[in-house]
Design a protein around this ligand. Structure first.
Ligand code: GUN
Length: 293
């Protein structure tokens, strides 16, 4: 058994945040404080943890940060109005509406209402188009951007590599595949999903395997080519009565059995998660800089 390189998202994210801190100081000297608004509808406990963590990181960097917590019964029109108010608010440079919202909310319509220049999630169709077109003036979704940064900083070669992305969400899977296949990264990319035939066989082709399905420990050892790089995007809660919280966190990858045969792997927690927040703050600093021009 070899010992894999553990891709330490926590320390790489800390380095990204230090760059953001320096850029924030420069903006503060010009009288601009980067402002991020995070909107949470309903009380999903996992979402509350993420939103709290985003707010803490903002405070640490000296951002202006607003957390808008709305009841689960909030109507579509009320939520649209919240977004419109934030669009018009000059102190806010980035707007994030935590996904998923309650079922009665038309999330696409909410995303379309966000000013694309404040869409630090990179979910607005204008930013999605820019990603497809490889136009660097858009915002790239934070989780896939964080995965790319992890690969880049860790010196993992994507050029010509066979990459498999499991999951086709607009938040992770699709943008991840676009970034990997871009003219900067030059990977050969397969997007696999729950309806793919022979999922294990497809995954076994991967030099770089990205798991973004939201099913705990689904990727087993026999899905992974020896020496592959494994990026685990999943953050799943599994009931565990031995824990005070009553649960433990598990990724989409069966870490204990997969790690020994991989060449590099992200842990959960402490892998992709911290990178997502770092990229969100990076996008927000950029949005603030763009607003000065
Ligand atoms: N839910 C899970 N990840 C994300 C994200 O990156 N942005 C938003 N808005 N919601 C999420």
């Amino acid at each position: 058994m070899n010992s894999p390189k553990i891709l330490d998202g926590k320390s790489i994210a800390a380095a990204v945040l230090e760059e953001c801190r320096a850029e924030t100081l420069e903006l503060l000297e010009k009288g601009i404080r980067p402002g991020l608004a995070v909107v949470l509808v309903g009380s999903d406990p996992a979402s509350q943890v993420y939103v709290g963590s985003k707010a803490r990181t903002c405070a640490d960097l000296g951002f202006y940060s607003v957390k808008i917590e709305l009841p689960a019964e909030t109507t579509q029109e009320e939520l649209l109005q919240v977004v419109r108010n934030l669009n018009a608010d000059a102190t806010i440079h980035g707007i994030l509406v935590q996904s998923p919202p309650p079922k009665h909310i038309d999330e696409d319509a909410i995303i379309r209402e966000i000013d694309p220049r404040k869409d630090v999630d990179g979910f607005h169709p204008e930013n999605v188009a820019k990603l497809v077109l490889e136009d660097a003036t858009g915002f790239v979704p934070c989780t896939p951007a964080g995965c790319m940064k992890l690969l880049e900083v860790s010196g993992i070669e994507t050029n010509g590599a066979e990459a498999v992305v499991i999951g086709r969400s607009m938040i992770v899977g699709k943008p991840m595949a676009l970034l990997l296949v871009s003219k900067i990264s030059n990977a050969t990319v397969t997007i696999a999903h729950s309806r793919s035939k022979n999922l294990a066989g497809i995954c076994r082709r991967a030099d770089i395997l990205i798991a973004a399905v939201g099913r705990p420990e689904m990727v087993k050892a026999d899905w992974v080519k020896p020496g592959a790089v494994v990026i685990d995007v999943g953050i799943n809660r599994i009931p565990d009565l031995s824990k005070k919280s009553g649960f433990r966190l598990a990724g989409d990858v069966a870490y204990e059995e997969v790690a020994p045969l991989s060449s590099a792997i992200t842990p959960v927690p402490g892998g992709v998660g911290p990178m997502t927040i770092a990229m969100l703050l990076q996008n927000t600093v950029r949005a603030a800089e763009m607003a000065t021009r």
